[in-house]
Design a protein around this ligand. Sequence first.
Ligand SMILES: *Cc1c(COP(=O)(O)O)cnc(C)c1O
Length: 395
Amino acid sequence: MKRCGWESGRDTLLVHAGSDPGKNFGIVNPPVYRASTVLFKDMEEFRRRGERRYRWFSYGTDGTPTTFALTDAVCRLEGGAGTLAFSSGLAAITLSILALVRSGDHILMVDSVYGPTRRFCDQVLKGFGVETTYYDPLVGAGIAGLIQDHTRLIFTESPGSLSFEVQDIPAICAAAHGRGVPVAMDNTWATPLFFDALGHGVDISIQAGTKYLGGHSDLLLGLVTTRDEELFKRLKDTRDALGDCVAPDVCSLALRGMRTMGLRLRHQQQAALELARWLEGRPEVRRVLHPALEGDPGHDLWRRDFTGSSGLFGIILDTEDETARDAFIDALELFGIGFSWGGFESLVVPADPAPIRTARPWQEPGLVVRLNVGLEDIEDLKADLERGFARMRSA
Ligand SMILES: *Cc1c(COP(=O)(O)O)cnc(C)c1O
């Protein structure tokens, strides 16, 4: 399959992909086409609707030209064979898994995976007779020893969005492909801008567009890009069978977000790194979980495979006292307490990987707090964290 999209620079692609003013009265942004019903010209066209089913639309659930403007742009960014939009990042993940497994099958799931993905495996897949084995995020080529005859998918997420371990994606893909098993990756943290998932061997690249693509904390969207046409068709069939779809209004907002995504990500990368380095020197912080820091255990892999880092990282506070942690968080005025991330505003949440993990127990002492660095002035963010530490010390 020819990889499209690499003929221009990434920023140029972010700015121009999915926009065709010549077909739209010169107006820069694609219009929002809302639809349930789509009319057919005649019975001939009606009969032949199946021929366009994977690349165009016959009903609103397939999307409209607004949806295709977005998915075509993302496909070029990812360098894939096809991209599908889903109603949320989680729907993109669960439907991608469902497309590949049947009762009696087995999947390998990384132990550091996003919590709701794990819940889907333990509650839904298990009930349907699909077995999940969690594996150590640091397994690398050792994944070969875990692949069974009925393994149908290896799922990766790198770095883990709570604990930030970096996976050896090329080694995992090589082992998987040696056994004919496809690899899916949740690439929400790095986005296709900072990690070329398909280029590193991943078959199904997933991102929660909710995060950096949307970028403004006001939409929910999942995007899946596949390396080959067959996988794309399986995914589309599964999505259609389950009735998942995304509103064109959301796609339009996501396209708007895409125009500034490179700029935002690069700024958030710099700001997060500066804060992370500063936090490393703070006595209240035991360790900073950020793979772009030189001392991080995942740093070498990150430097080899990634071209940047985003604005999400963790800190381990030098305390086991939840009251002190809560005092730290409650004192913050700019970092809002809230889920999701990737927006323009800074966020904080407490995180506890320990009770979740089964393959590689989380044994780091201290309490984990996750920070999403937004677009505020860095000095203001530092002052906010200083305020938190002062409150923590006196708690
Ligand atoms: C947020 C998130 C998702 C899910 O995205 P939603 O659109 O909120 O469902 C998936 N993976 C990771 C790593 C995330 O952070």
